[in-house]
Design a protein around this ligand. Structure first.
Ligand code: SAM
Length: 285
């Protein structure tokens, strides 16, 4: 069976279709419309409410940059909180750091975890079975508002600012994250694809700056995200942890003994150099 699956949230001029060779699973969960299908180029694809979340072929780009920039920047993170990320890709990369003693994931939709394990197990690659993993099925907004736990790094690996994720992009949520961070802790959030979502990053950074001394952004090139360049928002009170000196970063990566397919120490530093159209946005598309 083949039909085109329209990625509904993209600007009409950028609406892309994924060739669907086989639909593996589809469910209207009590949170969102979840579909997993096969595409001849990108392998297995997960979409939520019509928006591409990840593909088997290029998920490593996003998950490596979501995890390794803050973790190598921090240098000694022991307790990590992941909001969202139900596919397990970010969790997989976080657990590659031996310094991490506990990785808590707060994911609102159990179906994303279960179906991800069933149809895209290569993404989590056993991360949910790691004894350091704590999986909590709950709203991340409520967890941050109510927990008495403290974290060295918080990663918001969420869907876009709509539906259950809308509150994850607000100043009050970022203030809650600040409260849950240890001194010098780092917050990194999914901040959209500026080429087709031009206002999102600016709003994220303005909301972060209400609580954090430093808020910036870094870019990554994810082939399946239209416009190619995706941004992750970075916030902390200690800017020295954003891009440590090259020799420090290289030493940390070597000591960690990680081989990545996208992340490198040089790319870590370069990723914070943003294209002009992001920093000085022109007319919207
Ligand atoms: N890791 C993927 C990627 O490469 O972009 C996508 C992220 S993951 C699939 C997004 C997750 O955020 C979904 O599983 C969704 O259920 C979850 N989510 C959305 N709002 C949430 C909330 N308020 N609390 C916790 N999880 C939430």
């Amino acid at each position: 069976m083949t039909d085109d699956w329209q990625n509904e949230t993209l600007h009409p001029s950028w609406r892309q279709g994924f060739k669907v060779t086989r639909v593996l699973y589809r469910e209207k969960t009590d949170v969102q419309d979840l579909v997993i299908f096969e595409n001849p180029t990108f392998g297995r694809v997960m979409m939520l409410d019509g928006v591409t979340q990840l593909t088997e072929r290029d998920e490593f780009v996003y998950h490596e940059m979501m995890a390794h920039v803050p973790l190598f920047g921090h240098g000694a993170a022991r307790r990590v909180l992941i909001i969202g990320g139900g596919d397990g890709g970010t969790l997989r990369e976080v657990l590659r750091h031996a310094s991490v003693e506990e990785a808590t994931m707060v994911e609102i939709d159990r179906a994303v975890v279960d179906r991800g394990l069933e149809y895209m197990p290569m993404v989590s690659a056993g991360a949910f079975d790691d004894p350091r993993t704590r999986l909590i099925i709950a709203d991340g907004i409520r967890h941050v508002a109510e927990t008495d736990q403290r974290y060295d790094v918080i990663l918001v690996d969420s869907t876009d600012p709509a539906g259950p994720a809308e509150g994850l992009f607000t100043a009050s949520f970022y203030a809650g994250c600040k409260r849950c961070l240890t001194p010098g802790g780092i917050l990194v959030v999914q901040a959209g694809v500026p080429f087709v979502q031009p206002g999102e990053l600016g709003r994220v950074q303005a909301n972060m700056r209400e609580s954090f001394a430093h808020a910036s952004a870094y870019v990554l090139g994810v082939p399946t995200y239209v416009g190619g360049v995706m941004t992750l928002g970075w916030a902390s009170d200690d800017d020295t942890r954003r891009v440590p000196p090259a020799e420090v970063l290289t030493r940390r990566v070597e000591a960690a003994g990680l081989t990545c397919r996208y992340y490198t120490p040089a790319l870590h530093a370069a990723a914070f150099a943003l294209p002009a159209y992001i920093t000085t946005p022109g007319p919207t598309l």
